[in-house]
Design a protein around this ligand. Structure first.
Ligand code: FAD
Length: 286
């Protein structure tokens, strides 16, 4: 037992402009009632209008809802000038925590040259605005582009040394993969807290998207059985998907995880369900 209570936090994404913000603001108000440790706001990797999307929603979370906020910033398609201006905008609204990312490279669209890897962005922020707290992304099953697990961990070590205070993982469904990864990090002297990213699967479309886009994510037999059996039974799929996520979280907290970051897909009811089922585990103990 560590004596340190783990954190429970939520991730949301800015909706497409044609969808409007009404639904997400309502969802955020409901999430506020669950007193998350923080809410993180994603950012599209080819978005030149970061201020209108990620910064604006971060402002709402931080200043209207008074919830600690982390703004994601993928920089592969940004220039140094643009990143400086986003940092200033974040400073103005009092959001000084950034999840610093490279972002996915879009096929046929060459990235800009200023930030080849997330590490370049982290070094830049540390020079330009050292008061920002920087969080990095990590991949328990390896990043799809990396040649080997060893190369991936070495790159992660460089990223943390450039100035990350913690890491948040890509989603995973097999906790043993996470525990192995934690151990590899420890052996590589990566000692910052590693927050586990958990995505409850609550509908068929989400499951299909997941199977298509996350080829390298291991799906345990128990998880695959849920997807197969309840593929055409929405209520059962939702109930089983949520129960699976709760089971993962109970195991992670029992094994002293530093925190759990829920990929909510903007659904307050997902956050509420998980919170209700697990919140007593997140109280301070020790
Ligand atoms: P990097 O850390 O730069 O790594 C990318 C690849 O380069 C890896 O294979 C790594 O091993 C390799 N590499 C790193 N450094 C070096 C080096 N010095 N030399 C050689 N190779 C190196 N995407 C978005 O667009 N918006 C978001 O809001 C967003 N949020 C995310 C949140 C989390 C928690 C996670 C896990 C991912 C998120 N992503 C987001 C996805 C992410 O942008 C992609 O996975 C992207 O492909 C990698 O970004 P990164 O910052 O991890 O890259």
């Amino acid at each position: 037992m560590t004596g340190q209570a783990p954190s429970l936090s939520f991730e949301i994404f800015p909706p497409k402009p044609e969808v409007g913000n009404e639904k997400i603001l309502q969802a955020l108000r409901e999430m506020q009632g669950l007193a998350p440790h923080f809410i993180s706001v994603t950012c599209s990797n080819n978005n030149l209008n970061v201020e209108e999307t990620t910064v604006r929603l971060s402002d709402y979370v931080r200043n209207d809802l008074q919830v600690p906020t982390i703004a994601h910033l993928p920089a592969a398609y940004l220039t140094k000038e643009k990143v400086s201006s986003v940092l200033q905008s974040l400073d103005r609204i009092g959001v000084q925590r950034i999840l610093a990312l490279r972002g996915d490279i879009i096929q046929g669209l060459p990235p800009k040259e200023d930030f080849r890897y997330a590490t370049d962005l982290i070094s830049f922020i540390k020079e330009e605005a050292p008061h920002f707290d920087i969080i990095g992304a990590c991949y328990p099953e390896g990043h799809p582009e990396s040649g080997s697990a060893v190369a991936d961990i070495k790159n992660l070590k460089k990223k943390v040394d450039a100035g990350c205070s913690s890491l948040v993982t890509q989603l995973f469904f097999d906790n043993d993969v996470f525990y192995d990864f934690q151990e590899k990090c420890y052996l590589a002297d990566i000692e910052v807290p590693i927050i586990a990213g958990i995505m409850p699967i609550i509908n068929r479309n989400q499951a299909l998207r997941l199977l298509k886009t996350c080829e390298n994510i291991r799906l345990p037999r128990k998880f695959k059985a849920i997807l197969e059996k309840y593929e055409h039974q929405p209520e059962s799929l939702r109930a089983a998907g949520l129960a699976y996520a709760v089971d993962q979280i109970v195991d992670l907290v029992t094994n002293d995880v530093a925190g759990v970051h829920l990929y909510t897909m903007n659904k307050a009811e997902t956050a509420r369900y998980i919170h209700q089922a697990t919140h007593s585990l997140f109280r301070h103990f020790g």
